[in-house]
Design a protein around this ligand. Structure first.
Ligand SMILES: Cc1cc2nc3c(=O)[nH]c(=O)nc-3n(C[C@H](O)[C@H](O)[C@H](O)COP(=O)(O)OP(=O)(O)OC[C@H]3O[C@@H](n4cnc5c(N)ncnc54)[C@H](O)[C@@H]3O)c2cc1C
Length: 300
């Protein structure tokens, strides 16, 4: 019986493992190894870790966790299902059919970004096409930027992008569902709207170069930021009865507790802003709460 099983080995799961390891807790961390930011050329906004490659962030974390003999990491292992144990606790079932039991469980399984099916989009993702201006806006500051936001999705996002550049074009990839007030507001701030269907993005190893439209027009842009949403990897959480927010991520309170006793959700799969440093902090909060609950149960 582990004290805790952690599902997911991104910043949230790894930081939780560190804090629990330091509490001498017996921990199993299972990670299938498909980090959300694998295409990123550098993690930004994480003090002391600026521009570190996602792979290096994980490598350092694994090295540091070797110090803690009670922390066991299983890499390349997917947790397929989780059940409640009679009398309390959880049982994780791995894809190879093996099982592990724990008193507490932390899901740190992240989200999956929804990318439009436009040629060039996926190829340029991470070096010219981005989802988060807080992560990559500084590097693209003052450049001509396209915002991809179908219907009315890009309305506020395009205005926010003015933080990083004066040259913003909102591409809606089809008719925009913006009212006159929205259009006037965008116009007031110098944001052009292009409603033509996009057929292709053109770029190279360095950056985006053009957005090509169905009508034959092309728009020269050096970066594109998109807002299309992300799908939380929270199938296990919903199966166990976790409440979701209207955005579809798991509702947590306090130190990442869910409405299911003993079950915690941290990182992108829970409800706060989706930054690596926030995910790591949430992992630490969940670990703190897990240890607190275990102490309460052990020392009655
Ligand atoms: C392109 C890009 C660039 C980004 N750049 C930055 C940046 O510069 N700065 C910043 O702060 N943030 C950045 N982010 C956001 C940042 O990557 C996330 O906030 C952070 O990775 C969230 O950490 P996490 O631990 O919640 O999830 P993740 O890092 O996504 O890790 C989740 C892990 O859980 C695993 N997993 C999922 N389901 C299971 C399962 N059933 N069994 C076992 N394992 C499972 C996944 O394979 C994955 O390894 C970026 C995101 C993207 C997409």
């Amino acid at each position: 019986m582990y004290d805790a099983i952690i599902v997911g080995g991104g910043p949230a799961g790894l930081n939780a493992a560190l804090v629990l390891g330091r509490c001498r807790r017996k921990v199993l961390l299972c990670d299938e190894g498909r980090p959300r930011n694998s295409v990123s050329r550098g993690v930004n906004g994480f003090i002391t870790r600026e521009n570190i490659l996602p792979h290096d962030l994980r490598r350092i974390a694994h090295e540091e966790l070797k110090e803690y003999p009670t922390v066991e990491i299983r890499e390349g292992v997917t947790v397929d299902d989780v059940n409640f144990l009679e009398g309390g606790g959880f049982e994780a079932i791995m894809e190879d059919g093996s099982r592990a039991q724990s008193r507490k469980m932390l899901l740190a399984t992240g989200v999956e970004d929804t990318l439009p099916d436009i040629p060039g989009f996926r190829e340029l993702y991470g070096h010219g096409v981005y989802n988060c201006p807080y992560c990559d806006g500084w590097e693209e500051r003052e450049r001509p930027i396209a915002v991809y936001g179908p219907a009315d999705k890009g309305r506020r996002f395009a205005l926010q992008m003015k933080t990083w550049s004066d040259s913003i074009v909102l591409c809606t990839d089809g008719p925009a569902t913006l009212d006159a007030e929205d259009r006037a507001r965008l116009d007031r701030h110098g944001i052009t709207i292009r409603e033509e269907r996009i057929i292709r993005l053109e770029g190279d190893d360095e950056r985006l170069r053009f957005v090509h439209f169905e009508n034959g027009d092309s728009l020269a842009r050096e970066a594109l930021f998109f807002i299309t949403g992300a799908k939380p990897n929270c199938g296990i959480a919903t199966k166990l009865g976790c409440e979701l927010t209207e955005k579809g991520v798991v509702r947590t309170v306090g130190n990442e507790e869910t409405n299911v006793p003993g079950l915690f959700v941290a990182g992108d799969a829970s409800q706060r802003v989706q930054f690596a440093v926030v995910a790591a902090a949430e992992g630490a909060l969940a670990a703190f709460e897990i240890n607190t609950e275990l102490c309460e149960e052990d020392f009655t």
